[in-house]
Ligand binder design. Structure first.
Ligand SMILES: Cc1ncc(COP(=O)(O)O)c(C=O)c1O
Length: 403
């Protein structure tokens, strides 16, 4: 198969779009949903809340299927950093000797800022695993296990690393965290919409994600939060009226009565127009199913990795070749990754660059095909054969950078 029959559902930018791991492209479904919610606003004004109230809750089953959870364990809300702060406010209550949080030195910076703010507040250690220099990029679960001592309160890991595109073994890390007496939280930014998860069965305690990458919810669309049922009796860390029990929210009582499960961790009014983008985009995943997405994604990334080995010996693919260990994108290392990324964009192939030396390419199952992969490899081969062309042009040029 060269293509899933979904490309026509996308409104792709000009060129070969391989940056859906940063910002997923627009869909017809998202546009239709946003226009519908806009019309409601136009025609019904405040009366439209009759339909919007509970919209976030109605998306829970679809999200639950994507992360392998029960619907009451998830809710679309906030963003990764905000939700991480909320989770820490609720779950990270260190006492006695058990205070440290373990995370990867190469975790996404915003996660590290949030984690460190909480360990500092509690006079605790943020214990970082692995280096943050250029080598090695891949994570060894054994290294994480080795630092999970009796002083560790929590482990925070990505499901797929944002740089190398390595998928971590969450079942194994969850067992290790629990055996050490810690809870485990997961950043699923680079895995949701690219591959299936089994958060509930793996026993993962909590997770957060965004909707603007593989889910194609749109820039700034609400992210999501997962909380295992074993934590549902806890008070949310940052309570707000949108997390109040829906049946009595508008009785405006002065004390907080939590909504069911993860929904209690919502804080304020959801951005309905942005939520509509996610509403539309999720409908596609409901139809195609995440297993089919994963199968095709692995074919595309395998094709890319093979072509890099055969045709681009100057670059090093650092993404694992083992499909079990691979996420949705492929990271290539080259000293001039930044300049190459800019030159590729000029050629109509859209990758991105992560400093100092990574070029990331995400052939996405729903809208990319074999020809897109081949075009990217051809373009890179042409550029590498003619470095004068892009080395000169690249000096100081700004690459539009998105998360
Ligand atoms: C892995 C990862 N974590 C966290 C973030 C920050 O997300 P947000 O801006 O939604 O808080 C990003 C943003 O791209 C990310 O890729």
């Amino acid at each position: 198969m060269t293509r899933l029959p979904w490309r026509e559902s996308f409104l792709l930018p000009t060129g070969t779009y391989l940056d859906g791991n940063s910002l997923g492209p627009a869909t017809l479904a998202a546009r239709t949903a946003i226009e519908r919610r806009f019309r409601q606003w136009h025609h019904h004004g405040v009366g439209a809340w009759d339909d919007w109230f509970g919209l976030a809750e109605r998306l829970r089953p679809a999200l639950a299927r994507l992360v392998g959870a029960h619907p009451d364990e998830v809710v679309p809300t906030g963003g990764i950093t905000v939700n991480l702060h909320a989770l820490l406010a609720g779950l990270y209550r260190p006492d006695g000797e058990r205070r440290a949080i373990v995370a990867l030195a190469r975790e996404f910076p915003s996660d590290l800022y949030a984690l460190r703010s909480w360990t500092e507040r509690h006079g605790a250690e943020l214990r970082l695993v692995g280096g943050d220099g250029p080598e090695p990029e891949l994570v060894d679960e054994a290294e994480i296990e080795a630092v999970l001592g009796a002083d560790v309160a929590a482990l925070w890991v990505p499901a797929v690393t944002y740089r190398a595109g390595q998928r971590l073994d969450l079942a194994r890390l969850t067992r290790a965290a629990h055996a050490a007496g810690a809870w485990i939280g997961v950043d699923a930014a680079h895995s949701i919409g690219a591959l299936p998860h089994a958060f509930h069965d793996d026993g993962v305690d909590a997770a957060v994600w965004c909707s603007y990458k593989y889910l194609n919810g749109g820039p700034g669309a609400p992210g999501g939060l997962y909380l295992h049922r074993r934590h549902h009796a806890r008070d949310p860390g940052l309570p707000g009226w949108w997390g109040h029990d829906k049946g009595t929210q508008f009785e405006m009582r002065p004390t907080f009565a939590p909504a069911e499960g993860a929904a209690a961790w919502q804080i304020g009014t959801p951005p309905i127009l942005a939520l509509a983008g996610l509403e539309g985009a999720l409908a596609i995943f409901e139809e195609v199913g995440i297993d089919a997405v994963r199968e095709r994604s692995l074919e595309l990334t395998a094709r890319l990795l093979e072509a890099v080995t055969e045709r681009l010996p100057e670059v090093e693919a650092i993404t694992p070749r083992d499909p079990v260990r691979r996420g949705g994108h492929v990271a290539l290392r080259h000293d001039s990754a930044r300049a190459l990324s800019q030159a590729l964009r000029a050629e109509g192939v859209i990758p991105d660059h992560r400093p100092p030396d990574l070029l990331r390419l995400a052939p996405v199952a729903l809208y990319n095909d074999d020809a897109d992969v081949d075009r990217a490899v051809d373009a890179l081969r042409t550029l590498l054969d003619d470095p004068g062309r892009w080395r000169l042009g690249a000096a100081g040029g700004a690459e539009p950078s998105v998360p």
